[in-house]
Each structure stands twice: as structure tokens, then as C-alpha cells.
Design a protein around this ligand. Structure first.
Ligand SMILES: O=c1ccn([C@H]2C[C@H](O)[C@@H](CO)O2)c(=O)[nH]1
Length: 136
């Protein structure tokens, strides 16, 4: 598969799961799709809650799907949401992606009425703290 075909598949997976997002409070449905080290695509949506702070973003849902499906490392991420502005992962999600991705992994942020924005994890989360820091 070419990179273009991979991104097309990631976009389609993010959009398919975004339609199922549970976002009755913000009405801001988000989908995230991960290409994992096993070659599979794993997707997840945001899941809000009446107790607002315990809702979760689409990215951790996709990470959970990856782990449940047998994937171990993140090779590429595609995030879709409403509007024209690129839907970039929030700070907490950048750190969650960091746990499973190398610094050069590209994250594509796409407000579906606008253009996709491609950035590396290093760009989104410079000088990050990660698992290596805990190794003696
Ligand atoms: O990258 C993002 C940004 C926002 N949201 C969700 C959280 C919340 O449910 C809604 C509005 O912030 O969008 C995500 O899932 N991922």
C-alpha cells in the first residue's frame, strides 16, 4: 500500500467510528484510527459522560482497541472531527500516544471540512517524558 492508500484507509476508519461517537454534551464527534505494528488499523471514538470530566477522547479508545486486538506499537495516527480546523489531539492524548509511538510517528489531524494537517509526535509533544525515563 502507498502512503496515500494508507491515509485513505485510516481516514475511512476514523470516519466510520466517528459516526458512532457518544458526544451528546459537546456534540463534537471525534474519530481516531491507528495503523499499528501488526499492519492492522484500530479505531475508536470519544465517549462522553454526564459527569463531564470522566468522558474520554477518541485517541485512548483507539489505543485500547489496538491493545485488545494484539497491536503493540503505533505507526501512524489519523484523527477526524467536525469543522474546518484540524482536530489535533489534546495534551493528555499526545502523552497517551507517546507511550506507544516513536517521536517520528506522524499524526494527521483533520477537521473534515478542511485540509488535513500532518505533524510528527515530536512536533506535537517536544522534549517529552516517556517510558525510557523510568528505566534505571
Ligand atoms: O483530539 C480530540 C479532541 C477532542 N476530543 C473530544 C473530547 C470531547 O468529547 C469533545 C469536545 O472536546 O471532543 C477527542 O476525542 N479528541
Amino acid at each position: 500500500m502507498t502512503m496515500q492508500e494508507i491515509d485513505k484507509a485510516l481516514f475511512a476508519a476514523a470516519e466510520a467510528v466517528r459516526a458512532k461517537a457518544y458526544a451528546p454534551y459537546s456534540k463534537f464527534q471525534v474519530g481516531a484510527a491507528i495503523l499499528a505494528d501488526d499492519g492492522q488499523i484500530y479505531a475508536g471514538c470519544n465517549v462522553e459522560n454526564a459527569a463531564y470530566p470522566v468522558g474520554n477522547c477518541a485517541e485512548p479508545s483507539a489505543i485500547a482497541a489496538m491493545l485488545a486486538g494484539g497491536g503493540k506499537r503505533i505507526r501512524r495516527v489519523y484523527v477526524t472531527g467536525p469543522g474546518t480546523a484540524p482536530v489535533t489531539p489534546c495534551g493528555g492524548c499526545r502523552q497517551r500516544i507517546r507511550e506507544f509511538a516513536d517521536p517520528d510517528v506522524e499524526i494527521i489531524s483533520h477537521g473534515v471540512d478542511g485540509e488535513p494537517l500532518v505533524q510528527t509526535l515530536e512536533q506535537l509533544l517536544p522534549h517529552s517524558f516517556g517510558p525510557d525515563h523510568l528505566k534505571k
